[in-house]
Design a protein around this ligand. Structure first.
Ligand SMILES: Cc1cc2nc3c(=O)[nH]c(=O)nc-3n(C[C@H](O)[C@H](O)[C@H](O)COP(=O)(O)OP(=O)(O)OC[C@H]3O[C@@H](n4cnc5c(N)ncnc54)[C@H](O)[C@@H]3O)c2cc1C
Length: 412
């Protein structure tokens, strides 16, 4: 048998997360080996072609708000050429009154200026984006085809090695090296540094080195509806959005297929603890209800939304709903990037910068410029789940060795 290859850096998982991290490391001049159990990139949750991205603008969860703003800016910069900017409207929650001045102040307090987020009453919203509801217009909100984006990130490169159809079942440490083993105990490769970006399967893999990650699956189904004009027309067609909408569920702008029919993608179900990939009629019915709610069209006839396809995926979610991104300090040389939940676009862009900075022990300047501070590193760090990790110690993990970030901001 030939000797397994040794690599300085191995990334396990070629979904959008592993692909983005690999690409960042290649751009920084590093050699990288990426390994995936499948025969090509983005075959699991990142086979989702209809994902959307926008900064989070809700109330509460201040760290989440700061993180999504930074991550959105990074994502926009990373995917410029495949970024489908159509704008996203976020309607006011049905049980809330809309106060223009209050919403505007809230948006500014989040560091979102006019070109990122604009409060609108229903009349303004009709004029600007064709939606007769009050809310917030996010003109830079966009869609991304995750498989397309992942494949671009992993294009042929002289410093890139890809091992497809190769499942890493176990990790072992030997001196300063990590050994990656398959199900028969054979060595696949050895590495100095291993980035674990294999979503839910990170849980089992980390179990082999005595680390328990609090990860859970959340199944989701997105429905592709076809809406046809009949002899009496279709009242839905006049209401179909030309922009994305994000509220209880989300939808893409409707697309005209031919003279009489439209395609409209609406999602998604949120089935906690489930990982079954078979499509369900119940999930389509749930999405029909969401469609009605997104357009504030309670009297809409649900039978007019004919099913034409779907995407089913399993999100990987951590106990506290934030992603897990950072060095696993209990096991030097291991870096985690998992639990991207429903924000694969944002968190993969952030993971690319943060993992590269920690792994190469350099260049936090860019992240700091975006407002990324030590408390945010701590909020994402794997160590947050392990007893005895004091907040000050978490801050110091920022660069494994160098405390470069400004101190935690008082604004929470
Ligand atoms: C219905 C639904 C709607 C969503 N909508 C949005 C949205 O609008 N916007 C958004 O940003 N995100 C959205 N998401 C979330 C997004 O799809 C995910 O967060 C993202 O795809 C996760 O990427 P990943 O790279 O972490 O994981 P994955 O894409 O699952 O990739 C993991 C990879 O690891 C490989 N692997 C696993 N185990 C091993 C092993 N042991 N050895 C080697 N390889 C292994 C797998 O083959 C796979 O390729 C949605 C998800 C769902 C389900």
């Amino acid at each position: 048998m030939t000797e397994p290859q040794h690599h300085d850096i191995v990334v396990i998982g070629a979904g959008i997360c592993g692909a983005a991290i690999t690409n960042e490391l290649l751009e920084r001049g590093k050699d990288v080996c990426i390994i995936d159990a499948a025969s090509s990139p983005a075959t699991a949750c990142s086979s989702h072609a209809y994902a959307i991205a926008h900064p989070h603008i809700g109330k509460g969860a201040p760290r989440l708000l700061r993180l999504t703003r930074i991550a959105f800016l990074l994502a926009e910069a990373r995917w410029q050429d495949v970024w489908q900017q159509h704008g996203i409207f976020q309607p006011t929650k049905k049980d809330k009154a809309f106060d223009h001045a209050e919403v505007t102040n809230h948006l500014r307090s989040l560091g979102l200026d006019q070109d990122m987020a604009i409060a609108m009453d229903a009349q303004e919203a009709v004029k600007v984006c064709g939606i007769k509801q009050s809310g917030v217009w996010l003109p830079r909100g966009a869609g991304l085809n995750l498989p397309e984006a992942s494949k671009r990130l992993l294009q042929d490169h002289e410093r890139l090695t890809c091992l497809w159809s190769t499942r890493v079942e176990r990790l072992e440490t030997h001196g300063n090296r990590w050994h990656l083993l398959n199900a028969s105990g054979q060595m696949i490769a050895t590495a100095n540094k291993v980035v674990v970006a294999c979503a839910m399967e990170a849980k089992a893999l980390m179990g082999t080195i005595g680390i328990r990650l609090p990860l859970r699956p959340v199944r989701g189904q997105l429905s592709i509806f076809k809406i046809k004009e009949d002899s009496e027309g279709s009242p839905w067609i006049e209401k179909l959005p030309k922009v994305g909408i994000s509220g209880d569920g989300y939808c893409l702008p409707a697309e005209r297929l031919d003279d009489v029919s439209y395609q409209w993608i609406v999602g998604s179900s949120f089935d906690e603890g489930e990982d079954d990939l078979a499509p369900r009629e119940a999930s389509d019915d749930f999405n029909r209800d969401q469609a009605r709610s997104l357009l504030n069209y309670p009297e809409g006839n649900l039978r007019s939304l004919t099913k034409a396809g779907e995407f089913v995926g399993v999100r990987c979610v951590a106990g506290d709903r934030l992603p897990i991104i950072g060095a696993l300090t209990q096991r030097p040389g291991i870096f985690l990037a998992t639990a991207l939940g429903s924000r694969g676009i944002l968190w993969s862009a952030l993971a690319a910068k943060l993992i590269a900075a920690q792994l190469l022990e350099d260049d936090f300047a860019l992240l700091a410029r975006f407002g990324f501070a030590a408390d945010l590193v701590a909020a994402l760090a794997p160590a947050r789940f392990f007893a005895g990790a004091a907040p000050s110690a978490l801050g110091a993990l920022a660069s494994n060795s160098k405390p470069i970030f400004p101190a935690e901001s008082k604004a929470k």
